[in-house]
Design a binder for this molecule. Structure first.
Ligand code: APR
Length: 255
């Protein structure tokens, strides 16, 4: 454990010389923006709700209105959330290093809102909706005009709108997973930030990076199954650790 968030000299130099950096983020990355995580005891979403009743295709088929309303509530809180200093630090990283690829399990769009330019969403985006039958995108304007909960699909008779997120048991968007795998295979430095590393295939990405010879750093207040593979683990909040790493990288580049 590192208490002052100082990268080892060797890792700082590897980061300063990195050509491709992969940043994998999970719900902990958004926690400081006020969006609850899933698996944290007490505050986590899955401590209050049962995922199989809300985040599966079967749950939606059984009770579309309940699932839609639950996501609408989350959508409203995501709309009010703002990126924090950690998101901004990842944007700043782009001006210090040649290539930063952010792969996120988060569905809130906060990396893009902060200004990160290369972001891949593995689990979709809660701000988008799609037809639950055809999976074609449905516009906010169409939804706003509807009085049904969930709104009807414009494409398929008896079809409904659903959030454009990946539910348990569903396949991830192929383009995103291909891009994430490619980024993991080519990176020379990998950060895993704010994820319990329990959901596949995201959890494997840092291991693919390691296999490819990358340095691995974890940022998470708690130990995870990935911790033992990381060269350095920072037991702190994403914003504190990332802003400190940016300062160290700037100082290193100035010398
Ligand atoms: N900074 C960094 N990490 C944090 C912070 C913080 N400020 N606060 C909490 N964490 C860590 C927790 O210690 C925990 O390890 O973030 C992690 C959040 O873990 P999960 O809630 O399991 O989120 P995640 O790993 O992203 O979940 C993966 O599971 O339910 C699905 O689809 C959902 O995308 C989600 C997936």
């Amino acid at each position: 454990m590192t208490s002052d968030f100082k990268l080892t000299d060797s890792l700082l130099h590897r980061l300063a010389g990195a050509r491709h950096v992969l940043v994998l983020t999970g719900a902990g990355m958004s926690a400081e923006s006020g969006i609850p995580t899933f698996r944290d005891a007490q505050t986590g979403m899955w401590a209050k709700y049962r995922p199989e009743e809300l985040a599966t295709p079967e749950a939606f088929e059984a009770n579309p209105s309940r699932v839609w309303e639950w996501y609408e509530e989350r959508r409203r809180s995501v709309c009010q959330a703002q990126p924090h200093a950690g998101h901004v630090a990842l944007v700043q990283l782009e001006s210090l290093l040649p290539s930063i690829c952010v792969v996120t399990q988060n569905v809130d769009g906060l990396h893009q809102q902060a200004g990160s330019s290369d972001v891949w969403e593995l689990h979709g985006n809660i701000l988008r909706s799609k037809c639950h039958v055809s999976h074609r995108p449905i516009s906010r304007e169409w939804l706003a005009d509807s009085t049904h909960s969930p709104p009807r699909s414009p494409y398929v008779r008896h079809g409904l709108a659903r959030p454009d997120v990946v539910w348990f048991g569903e396949v991830l968007p192929q383009t995103a997973i291909d891009a994430a795998m490619a980024a993991a295979s080519r990176c020379d430095f990998c950060f895993s930030i704010g994820t319990t590393s329990m959901v596949q295939p995201a959890a494997s990405l840092p291991l693919v990076a390691l296999e490819a010879g990358a340095a691995l750093v974890e940022i998470n207040p708690h130990e995870t199954p990935l911790s033992l593979h990381a060269e350095q683990c920072f037991r702190g909040k994403a914003s504190d650790v990332l802003t400190s790493i940016i300062d160290q990288l700037r100082a290193c580049k100035d010398t």
